[in-house]
Design a protein around this ligand. Sequence first.
Ligand code: AGV
Ligand code: CA
Length: 310
Amino acid sequence: MNVYFNHDGGGDDFVALLLLLRMPDVRLTGVSVIPADGYLEPSVQASCKIIDRFGAGDEIEVARSDSRGKNPFPAAWRIMSFYVDALPILNEAERIDNPIVPLPAHRHLIQKVLETEGKTTLVFTGPLTDLARALDESPEIEARIERLVWMGGTFLPKGNVEEPEHDGTAEWNAYWDPEATARVWASGIPIDLVALESTNRVPLTLDVRDAWAKLRRHEAIDFIGQCYALVPPLVFFETNSTYYLWDVLTAAYVGKPDLVKTKTVRSIVRTDGFAQGRTQEDPEGRPVNLVYDVDRDGFFGYMTELLKQA
Ligand code: AGV
Ligand code: CA
């Protein structure tokens, strides 16, 4: 399967990259980074270092996005990209071998989709801005895209945006750039939506951390243990900063679709006012394939198996 991966530099985005690198059936045709839940430079550098260290010798072009969102992420979350980039396990080598290309992300996406033989699956674990811009610039790419697998959205009454001028119904990746989300909805690309319905079932808990600590002799598991040491786990109750394995589940679904349950939902995207970024059920809306449930133990088992081999 040809996969083009666009991520936004959150802690779990890097773990998703690592998982995609380890999947035998996935051929990564390119990676791009949008500075949404992370800062641009450390997220780009960390991506290259992860490919160098865990990518089995493959070179995978990494492109920087020049997109900016309407509703920025809190700096307290974005700062994690600097911590991940500075982890000693990613800095043992004194240089970065993996290429960073000058093309902006949306043009890089267009180039890779057009030059790749056969169709490409897009995996997005941040906002959809680069895809929306790519579709505006080169609508002909649509026919060459197999589907979009996106971590984003929710149809639950409560999303995960807690901001003063929002009603709380949206998920952050959709809210960062509501117009881009709506642009992708307006396309004919099949969408697999790894939404909060399923990601809410995979919070980072203390038992998960403990299990990884025991397996830290495997380099890749040591690495993710360090990444997840930087964020607050779910102990007593969920808060706005509770960490889930959102993007990691999204990557795992690409490699092992039978871990989840899906159903078709018709929906629209709100771009206005207090509910902006909300994905909302609507009988007239476009169909999406909603990932609404996950086999939690199966997911953690699959993830661990992939990383043990690294
Ligand atoms: O809404 C989930 C998305 C995922 O792509 N991101 C984090 C994941 O990378 C935004 C987000 C929501 N809550 C967060 C987030 C939190 N508590 N910390 C960091 N990022
Ligand atoms: Ca993300």
